[in-house]
Write a protein that binds this ligand. Structure first.
Ligand code: NAP
Ligand code: ZN
Ligand code: ZN
Length: 347
């Protein structure tokens, strides 16, 4: 075992504190990563506040992890010491079920292991990336191209892949009209990636405060959802709506923005239900879907795509002691557009 510095939640209501956690000894196929940056995802906040159900405290969260390989186990072949690597939301899966065999480990039915608050193969509760080091099976470690600015790379491991995967699955591209609801961590990546794929992108944000940014990220249109006229003006418009909002929204209003055969995909995961009136789907044969992060191979594809296309998240780098304040700003939709912890401030 190795004791490393970390930040942890001790309850659903207390501020996060500095602490130490244990990392397992390196197994034959394990990689020891010296973490350099860790992104703050809204899922971290839902989790530490027990909004998605009870979790065991103390808990270290963080599943947007970037750093360098410090050591490898004797049987590791995919990664070498010194390489820049990343870890996202999963650190293992059953590897046998249909989804795993198909490279879609995020839909593993045999039980995958999430990066934090999951139960690891040895029975311990996994601890996430707000820490100086992590030990991960080499198959769940991604190569992070050096072309991506180091401090901006971490959010790709969740916000990037979570938006890339549904955009690819539902074939966003030239000729398709895509709306992105919520311009936060996931939302701003959805805009950048959908625009890079060639889609005509519209942002649906609560206000017009971030309009200049949204257009700079590649959107062609930008509307305020606080204005009722928006829902009138955009009826029957979109082929695909990607919802990134962390709170419940009025589904009937949004579904009516889809054209014939349009698809509303939620990646936003509010603890409360999203209520769908039948007729909002029946009229215009619309679909309501969800999407969970992305598989390991697809995550690598997304990282390479972003490096090649010069796409990177917009980040605000903070020290370890600013995490609680950052959480409050995320909750107030005051994030431009992802907080990233400089893990050197934890050493
Ligand atoms: P975030 O940075 O807080 O962004 C969410 C955005 O939603 C806000 O910036 C805001 O955008 C909008 N919003 C917030 N509260 C709202 C409300 N009450 N009504 C309308 N709009 C509101 O969060 P994130 O990190 O992008 O995560 C978003 C959601 O996705 C979370 O629920 C998270 O758990 C989930 N998630 C899911 C997956 C998955 O695999 N499915 C992966 C990662 C995260 P505007 O200011 O532009 O309105
Ligand atoms: Zn996340
Ligand atoms: Zn599986």
């Amino acid at each position: 075992m190795r004791t490393v510095n970390a930040i942890a939640a001790t309850s659903a209501t207390d501020p996060l504190v500095r602490t130490t956690i244990e990392r397992r000894d390196l197994g034959a196929r394990d990689v020891l990563i010296e973490i350099r940056y860790a992104g703050i995802c809204h899922s971290d906040i839902h989790t530490v506040r027990s909004e998605w159900g009870p979790v065991a405290y103390p808990l270290t969260v963080g599943h947007e992890i970037v750093g360098r390989v410090a050591e490898v186990g004797p049987d590791v072949t995919r990664h070498a010491v010194g390489e820049r690597v990343g870890v996202g939301c999963m650190v293992n899966s059953c590897r046998e079920c249909e989804a795993c065999r198909d490279g879609q480990e995020q839909y593993c039915t045999g039980g995958n292991t999430m990066t934090y608050a999951g139960v690891d193969r040895d029975g311990t509760v996994t601890q996430g990336g707000y820490s100086t080091h992590v030990v991960v099976d080499e198959d769940f470690v991604l190569r992070v191209p050096e072309a991506i600015p180091y401090e901006a790379a971490a959010p790709l491991l969740c916000a990037g892949i979570t938006t890339y995967s549904p955009l690819r699955h539902w074939k966003a591209g030239p000729g398709s009209k895509v709306a992105v609801v919520g311009l936060g961590g996931l939302g701003h990546m959805a805009v950048k990636i959908a625009a890079a794929l060639g889609a005509e992108v519209t942002v649906l944000s609560q206000t017009l405060n971030k309009k200049d940014d949204g257009l700079a990220f590649g959107a062609e249109h930008y509307y305020a959802t606080g204005d009722k006229a928006t829902f009138q003006a955009l009826q029957n418009t979109f082929d695909l709506i990607i919802n990134t909002v962390s709170a419940p929204i009025k589904m009937s209003s949004y579904l009516r923005l889809l054209r014939l055969d349009g698809v509303f995909v939620t990646v936003g995961a509010p603890p409360q239900p999203l209520e769908v009136p039948a007729f909002a789907l029946i009229n215009s044969r619309r679909s309501f879907a969800g999407s969970n992060i992305g598989g390991i191979a697809e995550t690598q594809e997304m990282l390479d795509f972003c490096a090649e296309r010069g796409i990177a998240p917009e980040v605000e780098v903070i020290g370890a002691d600013a995490v609680n304040e950052a959480y409050e700003r995320v909750l107030a939709s005051d994030v431009r557009y992802r907080f990233v912890i400089d893990v050197d401030t934890l050493r």
